[in-house]
Design a protein around this ligand. Structure first.
Ligand SMILES: Nc1ncnc2c1ncn2[C@@H]1O[C@H](COP(=O)(O)OP(=O)(O)OP(=O)(O)O)[C@@H](O)[C@H]1O
Length: 236
């Protein structure tokens, strides 16, 4: 079974310093759910940035959707990025747009007609519990509310891969469980999900999820299971 994402001996160095990521190799299977864990500074955000094509590696091979993305011409990057939903650690909402319009953004970019926008956007606002904040701009939302808008925006286009960097960092445990359930539903609809988190309590909340653990820029994979997944079928 081939992967939707393959990293092979990937290294990443910022500037002239030591490598932030070293010899990172793993395969993610389409339709599976993964957590990426590890202490602060281990390289989780850096690995995700490689995954959603915000950064090229210093060495190694990265394959996405069966194509080598390290050598991909720049003009083909946007087409790949549209297939990946991203929840950024710092949300990156558009400050002058309402919650509704932030969430509608991926659909507008994809050319969805205005009269077809309201139903899916309102459904997403309901999902993240923000229907009554539809017209609010990001600056008037709490950190947790902004995070939920960012999540809604990332999932509304039903991306093939969803990448989320600490998506429950600013919400209470009840909302964290609800957001994780949203990811789980999306996953069951076929999206491959990768969630970076410090919160080890989340790991047990999604049955069958694979766990990638980074320590000081290296993937902790003593059994080689991430590189050669046992039997495929959605398990790491
Ligand atoms: N743009 C950059 N330029 C230089 N160094 C960077 C850059 N981005 C990250 N780093 C360094 O790379 C290392 C890994 O950072 P990264 O943000 O990937 O870790 P993390 O595991 O996501 O941490 P956290 O859990 O605290 O968000 C850190 O030492 C960080 O200072």
């Amino acid at each position: 079974m081939s992967g939707i994402v393959t990293f092979d001996n990937v290294g990443l160095r910022y500037g002239t310093g030591a490598e932030t990521l070293s010899d990172v190799s793993f395969t993610l299977h389409p339709g599976a759910f993964y957590f990426l864990t590890g202490p602060s500074g281990a390289g989780k955000t850096s690995l995700l940035r490689l995954l959603y094509l915000a950064q090229r590696p210093s060495r190694g091979m990265i394959q996405l959707f069966d194509e080598d993305v390290v050598t991909l011409p720049r003009d083909r990057l946007p087409g790949f990025r549209r297939r990946i939903g991203v929840v950024f650690q710092d949300f990156r909402l558009v400050p002058y747009l309402s919650a509704f319009d932030n969430i509608a953004l991926p659909l507008r970019v994809a050319g969805v007609e205005e009269h077809d926008l309201a139903a899916p956007v309102l459904e997403m606002l309901d999902w993240v519990g923000l229907r009554d904040r539809a017209t609010a701009r990001p600056a008037t939302l709490s950190g947790g509310e902004q995070q939920r808008v960012a999540i809604a925006r990332a999932v509304i286009g039903r991306p093939e891969i969803l990448v989320a960097d600490e998506p429950t960092g600013n919400v209470d445990p009840e909302m964290a469980a609800r957001l994780l359930h949203l990811f789980d539903v999306l996953n069951k609809l076929g999206t491959t999900v990768v969630v970076a988190t410090h919160d080890i309590h989340l790991l047990s909340r999604v049955s069958g999820a694979g766990v990638l653990r980074l320590e000081r820029g290296r993937l902790n994979d003593p059994t080689g299971a991430l590189r050669h997944p046992p039997g495929g079928g959605g398990e790491a």
